[in-house]
Ligand binder design. Structure first.
Ligand SMILES: Cc1ncc(COP(=O)(O)O)c(C=O)c1O
Length: 396
């Protein structure tokens, strides 16, 4: 490629895809790549799902945007089905995960303001990722993402992921905590599950209730069927006050949502938050269409079945390297030995195996395949990944 006018915010892989279909991406010369990343947990129903594409086409020919100064029928419909699926009362539609989390953090500040707090704090987790706006990057743990931005560090208290004692200690030491924000499974931070399954969410909710904090879950990555439930928190009996999501919500169409329930309801009023684009007729119709694909549970059942199959097969086939697996549904982490240099794995998988993967936390292979992947595609994924990891093992 000649000179690029794009800001170099990403280290891009030297490949360009021109077409996608289901679990596959194609280059200009029609070489097929098995996509176990789905645009970073976005295209959960696979690339160019025919029903989603049809909804986009029809809505693009009918009405794309009017602004939130007017009623939007598709936004009402999408809001109703999403809140029902999530067990929440109300939704604000945004355009990305960061914006959904920004809304959540602003809600926490309003909640604190109403209580008369002077300098409210939100508890967040080590290894968290919540986005790139100034407030969400301040909530994010990764020092590289925060460097140089004068992040709002005093507004956050960081504790180890799911560490109940550390949260209790924070409660004892601060009387202006407004909320706690966390991912049920950490995605960017290394595909981290809490030690006791999802029970920790119930314990955290109890602490939030006891202290009158908002219990806020970031399901930007884990939501919309990715883990085998509509939302990952539904593996527990906990119920958040604030729930955010994006990524799979639009299957590639940019959209995010911040939902509220109970004591978090009614904090935003006319003029206190907004977005020109949030919940356009087009975006909302896509959200509704994604819901229609997920609502009968078949796709999520498939995610559990194939996810378990992939985890189990990889554990067996990679036993000699003492590899462990984690995650739920189609959010899969393959933990390679911590002393391995894994920096070549993504390139080896792509170049030699025509497989698209990602590595997080230095040595955890993160697989985020389509939720509706077939058994034969799962088998191909396993075979290709095992080959790539064997090549990597020889280099150690
Ligand atoms: C858990 C989580 N929250 C928030 C975000 C930010 O979402 P977006 O990139 O759509 O702003 C991400 C993106 O990876 C994420 O994984």
């Amino acid at each position: 490629m000649t000179h690029s006018y794009l800001m170099p915010t990403y280290t891009r892989q030297p490949i360009t895809f021109t077409r996608g279909e289901g679990s596959w991406l194609y280059t200009e010369d029609n070489t097929a790549y098995l996509d176990a990343l789905t645009g970073i947990a976005v295209c959960g129903l696979g690339h160019c799902h025919p029903e989603i594409t049809k909804a986009i086409q029809e809505q693009a020919q009918t009405l794309i945007h009017t602004s939130n100064l007017f009623g939007i029928e598709w936004q009402e419909r999408a809001g109703a089905v999403l809140c029902q699926a999530a067990g929440m009362d109300n939704v604000f539609f945004a355009n990305s995960g960061a914006e959904a989390n920004e809304a959540a953090l602003k809600l926490a500040r309003l909640y604190a303001h109403n209580k008369g707090f002077k300098r409210p704090k939100v508890i967040v987790m080590e290894k968290s990722f919540h986005g790139r706006t100034l407030l969400t990057v301040s909530a994010t743990a990764n020092p590289k993402a925060r460097e140089g931005f004068f992040t709002l560090d005093d507004d956050f208290i960081r504790v180890p992921f799911g560490d109940i004692d550390a949260i209790k200690q924070a409660a004892a030491n601060n009387d202006e905590i407004a909320a706690i924000l966390l991912e049920p499974i950490q995605g960017e931070g290394g595909l981290n599950d809490a030690a006791n399954g999802f029970e920790f969410l119930e314990q955290i909710q109890d602490i939030c209730n006891a202290n009158d904090w908002l219990f806020m879950l970031d399901e930007v990555q884990t939501g919309n069927g990715r883990t085998g439930k509509y939302f990952a928190y539904q593996y527990s009996s906990a119920k958040p006050d604030v729930l955010t999501t994006a990524k799979g919500l639009g299957n590639g169409f940019p959209v995010g949502a911040c939902m509220v329930r109970g004591r978090a309801n009614g904090l935003f009023g006319a003029g206190s938050h907004g977005s020109t684009y949030g919940g356009t007729p087009l975006a909302s119709r896509v959200v509704y269409s994604v819901y229609e694909q997920l609502k009968d549970g078949t796709v999520m059942q498939n995610a559990v079945q194939e996810g378990d199959f992939i985890r189990q097969s990889l554990t067996e086939k990679l036993a000699e390297y003492h590899v462990t697996t984690r995650g739920h549904g189609m959010m899969i982490g393959i933990v390679l030995p911590s002393d391995w240099d894994c920096s070549t794995l993504v390139d080896t998988a792509r170049e030699q195996q025509k497989l698209i993967i990602n590595v997080v936390g230095g040595h955890v292979v993160r697989l985020l395949p389509p939720l509706n992947m077939s058994r034969s595609e799962s088998e191909q994924l396993i075979e290709r990944l095992v080959n790539a990891i064997q090549t990597l093992a020889k280099q150690q």
